[in-house]
Ligand binder design. Sequence first.
Ligand code: PEP
Ligand code: MG
Length: 544
Amino acid sequence: MAEEFSGKKFLGKTVYNGITMGKVMVLRGSQEQVRRTKIEDAEREIVRVKNAVGSTQEQLGALYDKAVKEVGESGAAIFEVHQMMLVDDDYLDAIYHVIRTEMVNAEYAVAITGDNFADMFAGMDDEYMQARAADVKDISTRLIRNLSGQGGADFSTMEPSVIVADDLSPSETVQMDKTKILAFVTVHGSTNSHTAILARMMNIPALIGVPVDLNKIQTGMTAIVDGAAGEVIFAPTELQCNEAEEKIRNEKEKLRLLRELKGKKNETSDGRTIDIYANIGSVSDVGYVLENDAGGIGLFRSEFLYLGRDDFPTEEEQFQAYKQVVQTMGKKKVIIRTLDIGADKQADYFALGKEDNPAMGYRAIRICLKQPDIFKTQLRALLRAAAYGNLSIMYPMIISVEEVKQIQAIVAEAEQELKAQEIPYRIPEQGIMIETPAAVMISDELAELADFFSIGTNDLTQYTLAIDRQNQRLEAFYNPHHKAILRMIQMVVDNAHKCGKWVGICGELGADTALTETFVNMGVDELSVAPPMVLKVRGKVRAM
Ligand code: PEP
Ligand code: MG
């Protein structure tokens, strides 16, 4: 198979520059649509299901043993529950019934049964039973992977690899061991998706829209991923390997030069300054922030704490995570964005249901205001952590003054509770994300209510240009340099400054060095960028 590819270049769209060479790991399975095919022999399909149940049981057993060692018996119990659910007679009989009556393939029968059982659980009154919806989906996905010969991708034992997949969801990406990923290459996906954002945060070369037949790519093949050239080469020739090694050496040298900017000010030659902070998605990203000498954290996407798990993080878990971040950052500012789940960031236990337009749907602050118990748990954790460092809070997807007033009322309730319980807390600086055209147009009124603004250009571009940021076919139309966006940013800066408030940009546009000078001239006070971009933007400011 490797000969077929030898030296062949595949072009894609660059998500993040950088060059790497290493072994491929192909991820197939959950992210691929399960195809419905007609079969002739139902009993043969049923035997396939039984065999796959056997191997799935073995994997779950191994995961249980590993989890017992790492997190103890109670943390590992979920894998025992999964083992029991997997051999539940109702579940298996339902799968066999679909195969026999519809004469369809085992993968499809498992997918349909998993969805039906998950819907049934999600519709129950009992919270415990509702949470089982995610479990039944999880075991069905595992079973489908085994049926299709993919097995489970085990990040604990894998070598650092180039991940090749059809597409990756944020919840899949967030579970990966980042030290084991050399690069991402996907057939689908969009440069504005949260998976792309994670790749930028991790400083790894990433390409999307690479037209390669995944059935022909094998785990273990060598690949060169060149983000800057937007190309991937599978089974490279010796000459190509030598060229890549040369480029990798040059990259290291460029990085070394960039590191010389550490400890220097973000100051133009005529003495104007701007803060350059970093965006993170997890506690472990703080290392990248410090390594790249960011002045603070301008956006901690707290929803990543909710992804890749089976149930809500508790107040205590969140408090510990936020506290660790603020303590590690010392006096530096840490802006934590409240839960922005929904759209491409899905966690089954939220049971959000299917929507025709999820990006314009039930998400972010809308969920928090409709389900204040979820919101208040997070706010309590944030207020508590604020007592330990320079923490600020900001609220996503705001469209009205009324929403901000409702938020203030819930913050006040959380404060009253903590006070009554004599738990240490602090009411921190609170800002609003400006990422809807509505928020831009009423930014004069919002400025009265907020301590600061942070402009989320990813969503602001999506909603202003009416372009789904997830839709790969619209990449050519997604233009964050559009005059409408730049005028909106200026309007927000002017309205904030009139009220004595500061303004940052935390969307991906903040790291676009073609606009750094424009932003400084507009009066933007802070740019929050992926950690590996901090020194590049600093270099641009200093060259002004
Ligand atoms: C944005 O929309 O620009 C933003 C920073 O938030 P997110 O990318 O997480 O939606
Ligand atoms: Mg956003």
